[in-house]
Structures are given as structure tokens and as C-alpha cells.
Write a protein that binds this ligand. Structure first.
Ligand SMILES: *Cc1c(COP(=O)(O)O)cnc(C)c1O
Length: 495
């Protein structure tokens, strides 16, 4: 299977696509063809585990990595998940089910892909003859950083540096990152906001001097963010797994479709659902749920994608995003894989902050996708109502999805079985969840977490309680201009 760039450059092998992350022409890699799912994946009698299903999905997209190697990788990657099913499906009511994606080591859905990606990268490096250590450089606004640190921790042949904005992450997110273990990981606070950290990382990637210095130390810089095809493909698995669980629970007849509702930021998670549908999974509507940063809702309603708007900080910070990178992959497929058209849209986005979809393509899009928005007030309301009606605790990102779903259902008799992605543990956002439930916050995050557990009779995850006494191991602080020096100092100390 070869991988095409959405901007037209010659295709590369799967291994090369995984190692490159982004295509050198600035495009994203997409598989040359979309494989069909074998019928047994939809069969409720099929007994294969999540890990086995994952290995089968990955073998279709990355056959050159080798079936047995992929099997081993999937077993190892998901051994760290607290739920034996990896992504359990739980009932809210007969028509509304949660696909719980947050049982990994860092309590957010990013673990599903980031526990696997380091293994894919190491394998890809072996196949392409790459001898250098792959050094991941990532800027984070919170969730991705910790998931990358856990994924790459002590993985032979890799190292990982995470930059976060010094005063821009929550206390729990700070503690999660600053207590990280593993001899190949580095965490650096950047004086500035997320954009400063992100711009700093992009500068390092395009700085020949820095790249040469790293090369002299036997290292190749790479990226773990969600444009890497090695992060997208593992996310296809749980939609098949979720569908089979609904068939096993006798909520769906053979061949009957389910809708999926996905709290969306960079458009990776929902795009994986679109791939699953193309592979043959019976999905009806793909519901794209946004917070107050409703750039995607407007796009699906009007065909105009415009970043010329204020940026809002919300209680669902992992969805505070105005440029949803993975949308480019969908656009490429939508226009019949015409790279020139995609280049035009992306150039327009860069130069004018907007692009406009022709009417007939908008119609095609609207036939498959529905979209909606929930502001912080509606999000809190959804957290409260879900708890009151179903006794289920949901985090603010998941609650955006539930609120949008309820809004779309209102006024219609159409209640189709819908799988809603639960993307983070409510304990990761304990202050906002407590507030939504009307619990008074003590102000100390660990006290609040214990109070939430006591008030709701839910279990406080170990990963949260353990943070209270874990040693702060990473104290480095850097100016945006000195980020490269920080990396090199770590590299020289390590080697
Ligand atoms: C990253 C993230 C999202 C958004 O997922 P995308 O693939 O970027 O659309 C939603 N919820 C949580 C908790 C996340 O960490």
C-alpha cells in the first residue's frame, strides 16, 4: 500500500509516510486505496479481541510492516489500558451509547493512537534502514504532550521532547507532564503561550543548523501530532469495535446503520470514522460536534471555512482550534483526489484566512455529515443532565458531543442509535465537572477529585491520585528563542 500526498507529490511507502509525518510538499498522506472490511468484523459472533482487530486493521493499511510484528505491537500497546475491552461501550439510554476511549495511561483518547505510534515509528525506521534515533519534538496545549511522553517513554531508538506554555496548562496537566518518567523524555516549559511553543517547534523543524546539529548526534527530528497517518489509522479500529458491541447488545439488526457523534478539534477522530464507513462499516450520519470555536459547524452549514474570527478559550480546551488540519484529507477525497484543487483551497486559507466549497461539493458533504455547537453553558448543562438522568459522569469534551446530539434530535422523531465518543476521563477536568454538578470546589484539585468520587460513587483513577505525591522531575524553562539549545543540552547529557 502506497501513500499519496494531498498536494500531489509522488507517493511513498507506508513506512516512509509514518517516518515523514507530513509530506515534504506540505500535504498530508492518504492511503492509495481504502481497503474493504471483511464481513466477520461486523459479526456479533466474532470473538476477536480489540488487540486482534487492531492488528487486522493495521495489516490492511500497513502490510509492509508485517502481520506478526503488528500483532505484537497491538498486544503491547494496549496492555497499559485499564479496561480489558480497551474501549468499552456503555449505555446512556437505548439510543445513546458512549464509546469510552479514555482508559489509557493518560486518561484521554489520544492514548489509543499514541501508545501505538512509537512502535510503528521504530518498525518503519528499521524497514527504511534509518539508523538514527528518532527524536520527537512536540508542542502541546495539554493532552497530546502527556500522551506522547507516555507513548515514547523508554522506547528504544526514540526520544521525545515536549514543550508546553508555562502558564497555559491546567494544574493536573502540568503535574502529569512534569512528573514524567523515562530516560529518553524531556519536558520544557516555554515562556509564552501555546502559539509561541508551536511556532518554536515549527522553526526548529525548518532550521538547517539545528537539524545538522541533531544529525551529528545521530538523531532525526520527527513529529507525533495528529497529521501523522500512523495516528489516524489506529483510530479506525474502535468504530468497528463499537459497532460490534452494539450488535452484541442487540441494539442493531444486521446491516442497520448507527450514527456516530464525535467531539472534534483537529478533525482526526471523526475522519477515522469516515474511513471506517468507506471500508464498509454501516454508519449513517457522522456528527461533528464543536465548542464555541465553531469554525467546522459554519463550514458544514455554509461551505465557507473561515479563520477570521475570535479565538475562544473554553472548558473543552482540546477542541479550541481554528485550523483543523485533518480536514484536508477529507477535502482531497471529496474533490475526487484533485491535488491542484486542494492546493488552491489551502493557499487561499493561508493568504486570506478562508476558502469556499462549490455548492455541489457542499451538498455531498451535507449528505454524510451533520454538525453542531455547544457553548460552555450548554456543556455544563449536558454534564449535569447526563448525570441526573443516566448517573454517568462525562468530561466537558464528551458533553459537547452529547449537547450537540440532543440539539439535533430536538424537534425530530428520528432517534437513531448513536455512538458518542467519550474522549477524556471526567477526572481530568475535575473542577469544571464538579462545578457543573453544583459541587462546591475546595480549590485544591486533589481534594476536589476525592470529593467528586465520594459524591458520585465513581472511582478516582489511580493516575490522578498518584500525581499528588509524585516527584516533579522536569523543571526546565526556556525562552521561545532558546528551545533548540534546550533540546541539544538534553541530547548531549543523554548520550
Ligand atoms: C484531542 C481531543 C479531542 C479532539 O480530537 P480531534 O481528533 O483533534 O478532532 C477531543 N477531546 C479530547 C479530550 C481530546 O484530547
Amino acid at each position: 500500500m502506497r501513500y499519496l500526498s494531498t498536494r500531489g507529490q509522488a507517493p511513498v511507502s507506508a513506512a516512509q509516510a509514518i517516518l515523514n509525518g507530513l509530506s515534504p510538499d506540505g500535504g498530508l498522506y492518504v492511503p492509495e486505496s481504502i481497503p474493504a472490511a471483511p464481513a466477520e468484523w461486523l459479526d456479533p459472533a466474532c470473538a476477536c479481541t480489540y488487540q486482534e482487530l487492531a492488528a487486522q486493521v493495521l495489516s490492511l493499511y500497513f502490510p509492509e510492516l508485517g502481520k506478526d510484528a503488528l500483532k505484537t505491537m497491538c498486544q503491547e500497546a494496549y496492555a497499559s489500558f485499564a479496561a480489558p475491552e480497551v474501549t468499552p461501550v456503555t449505555r446512556l439510554d437505548d439510543d445513546t451509547w458512549l464509546l469510552e476511549l479514555y482508559h489509557g495511561p493518560t486518561l484521554a483518547f489520544k492514548d489509543v493512537a499514541l501508545q501505538l505510534l512509537p512502535r510503528l515509528i521504530v518498525r518503519a525506521a528499521r524497514l527504511t534502514g534509518e539508523k538514527r534515533t528518532i527524536h520527537i519534538l512536540t508542542a502541546t496545549s495539554g493532552d497530546t504532550g502527556k500522551a506522547a511522553l507516555e507513548g515514547f517513554r523508554d522506547v528504544e531508538g526514540t526520544a521525545c521532547t515536549v514543550f508546553y506554555p508555562k502558564d497555559g496548562v491546567s494544574e493536573l496537566q502540568y503535574r502529569q507532564m512534569a512528573t514524567s518518567q523515562g530516560k529518553n523524555v524531556q519536558v520544557v516549559a516555554v515562556r509564552g503561550n501555546f502559539d509561541d511553543a508551536q511556532t518554536g517547534v515549527k522553526r526548529l523543524f525548518s532550521d538547517p543548523g539545528f537539524r545538522a546539529e541533531l544529525d551529528r548526534e545521530g538523531r532525526l527530528p520527527s513529529s507525533a501530532n495528529s497529521i501523522n497517518i500512523g495516528r489516524l489509522i489506529p483510530q479506525i479500529v474502535y468504530y468497528f469495535f463499537g459497532y460490534r458491541a452494539l450488535r452484541q447488545a442487540e441494539q442493531l439488526q444486521a446491516g442497520e446503520t448507527m450514527d456516530v457523534c464525535v467531539p472534534t478539534g483537529n478533525f482526526g477522530d471523526i475522519l477515522a470514522a469516515w474511513y471506517a464507513k468507506r471500508m464498509g462499516l454501516p454508519i449513517g450520519k457522522l456528527i461533528c460536534a464543536s465548542n464555541r470555536n465553531r469554525v467546522l459547524t459554519d463550514f458544514f452549514e455554509t461551505g465557507v471555512y473561515s479563520t477570521d474570527r475570535p479565538f475562544h478559550k473554553t472548558i473543552s480546551p482540546s477542541m479550541d482550534i481554528l485550523i483543523s488540519s485533518n480536514l484536508e484529507r477529507l477535502l482531497f477525497e471529496l474533490c475526487g483526489r484533485d491535488a491542484e484543487t486542494v492546493r488552491g483551497w489551502m493557499a487561499s486559507l493561508k493568504e486570506n484566512g478562508r476558502f469556499v466549497l462549490p455548492e455541489e461539493l457542499l451538498k455531498k458533504l451535507q449528505a454524510e455529515f451533520a454538525a453542531g455547537t455547544a457553548d460552555d453553558g450548554q456543556t455544563r448543562e449536558a454534564i449535569r443532565l447526563t448525570y441526573e438522568r443516566c448517573h454517568a459522569l462525562t468530561d466537558p469534551h464528551t458533553a459537547v458531543g452529547l449537547s450537540v446530539l440532543e440539539g439535533l434530535r430536538r424537534g425530530t422523531a428520528d432517534r437513531r442509535v448513536t455512538l458518542v465518543n467519550a474522549t477524556a476521563s471526567p477526572y481530568k477536568f475535575v473542577s469544571d465537572v464538579s462545578e457543573a454538578l453544583g459541587l462546591t470546589a475546595a480549590g485544591r484539585v486533589f481534594d476536589d477529585a476525592r470529593a467528586l468520587a465520594a459524591a458520585t460513587g465513581t472511582a478516582l483513577p489511580n493516575q490522578i491520585s498518584a500525581l499528588e505525591t509524585m516527584e516533579i522531575r522536569h523543571k526546565a524553562v526556556s525562552d521561545p528563542a532558546q528551545m533548540g539549545d534546550a533540546v541539544m543540552a538534553f541530547v548531549r547529557k543523554e548520550s
